[in-house]
Design a protein around this ligand. Structure first.
Ligand SMILES: Cc1ncc(COP(=O)(O)O)c(C=O)c1O
Length: 382
């Protein structure tokens, strides 16, 4: 049967997806290194597009994952009970304040499913994490975006955008893709202003996917915000610092009522047993994980210093990536890097995000961007 005039855009006529689904933005994963258009003699292609950890997880974590895979004929523990208990101990909170999900992305999806009806408001700064518009559109939410100032979240403008119909505020901190972060004093101001405007009816979600790469002086929302603002939800993940992006496991820390609501929307057995076991084992390897994080933070600072010296604008990053706001030269720089085997993440006409890896890779990035600014860049700072 051919597509009829009533077929929604984007559909070939098989089934009837909701118009919202046809119209919503698609999440774009970073390109794999194997897809790179690499010139001869430039070395291996490397993926610097998804802010992954360049190193495999610690050996005890790999062993725990392999052992858990032996029981793959059984469903996992639906609520990840033991992992919750471990996390609660680790964070010094009650287990009833912790939910586990399929990465922080899974928890973002659950939050939207649990709190947002069609027409309800969601507020977030933009540009930010690309999953927010996807899930907001899927829910039929009324989205309000708030511009960044100096590549940084403007908490006062975000607070001013909240209305009684706002159900969720998402703050990626550090922000993706700009890498900048605000401290818990600024977030306290935001939460106080939101409370003043709408009481506790609007959840403020602090998405800390890159927390472990931050300066501790920025504060800790679990201790600085959650006890004081029952509407705060802190999201964290094992994908970045802990090197478990492939296992899909993250967690939320929030008021027990919010956690119970999140659990009500958890798809059955969503977090696999290997993911639960890997995350538990990672919590036993925090020295090794912390050492790798320190190496990445040192490398981030080295790269940023070199790129600023070369003439690039690079906002200070608190994450495991750096952001080059290149405007209309974005495509040109992205292609220049990709030809040299460096697969980064372009945001058309805005900039290029580059994941920090080991120093040898960092040298390749610095050299490639240096050669661009000396030649195509004409020596001009973008
Ligand atoms: C701000 C932010 N939140 C959440 C995520 C998703 O992480 P996870 O792998 O836990 O779903 C990312 C990943 O890129 C991110 O940048």
């Amino acid at each position: 049967m051919s597509a009829s005039s009533t077929t929604p855009p984007g559909s070939s006529g098989v089934g009837r997806p909701r118009p919202t689904v046809a119209a919503m933005p698609r999440y774009r994963p970073g390109r794999d290194a194997s897809q790179a258009d690499v010139d001869a003699d430039v070395g291996e292609a490397v993926k610097l597009a998804s802010n992954e950890n360049p190193w495999p997880p610690p050996e005890p974590v790999r062993r725990a994952v392999a052992a858990a895979a032996e029981g793959a004929n059984r469903y996992p523990d639906h609520l990840s009970t033991e992992l919750r208990a471990d996390l609660a101990r680790h964070l010094g909170v009650d287990p009833a304040s912790v939910a586990v999900g399929a990465g922080s992305t899974g928890l973002i999806q659950q939050l939207v499913a649990a709190y947002v009806d069609p027409g309800d408001g969601i507020v977030y700064p933009w540009r930010s994490f690309e999953a927010y518009p996807v899930f907001a559109a899927l829910a039929g939410a009324a989205v309000t975006t708030v511009g960044l100032v100096d590549h940084t979240v403007d908490v006062d403008a975000v607070a001013a955008a909240v209305t009684p119909s706002t159900r969720l505020v998402f703050i990626a901190n550090p922000n993706n893709p700009t890498g900048t972060a605000v401290d818990t004093a600024a977030l306290t101001r935001l939460c106080a202003a939101v409370t003043e405007r709408v009481g506790h009816d609007t959840l403020v979600v602090v998405d800390e996917a890159y927390r472990e790469f931050c300066d501790p002086a920025l504060g800790d929302p679990v201790t600085d915000l959650v006890p004081h603002f029952p509407q705060v939800v802190v999201l964290r993940t094992f994908s970045k610092a802990h090197g478990l992006a492939g296992l899909r496991v993250g967690y939320a820390v929030a008021h027990p009522e919010v956690i119970a609501t999140l659990d009500a929307t958890l798809a059955p057995f969503l977090v696999s047993a290997p993911a639960q076991a890997g995350a538990r084992a990672a919590l036993e390897c925090l020295d090794e994980i912390g050492a790798a994080v320190s190496r990445l933070v040192a490398e981030r600072e080295r790269m940023r210093t070199a790129l600023v010296e070369a003439g690039f604008t690079v906002p200070p990053s608190q994450a495991n990536f750096v952001w080059l706001p290149l405007g209309e030269r974005t495509g040109e720089v992205y292609t220049h890097l990709e030809r040299r085997g460096l697969v980064t993440r372009p945001f058309a006409d805005e900039g290029v995000r580059i994941t920090v890896a080991d120093p040898a890779t960092g040298d390749r990035v610095i050299e490639a961007l240096g050669s661009w600014i000396r030649t195509a860049g004409g020596g001009a700072a973008p």
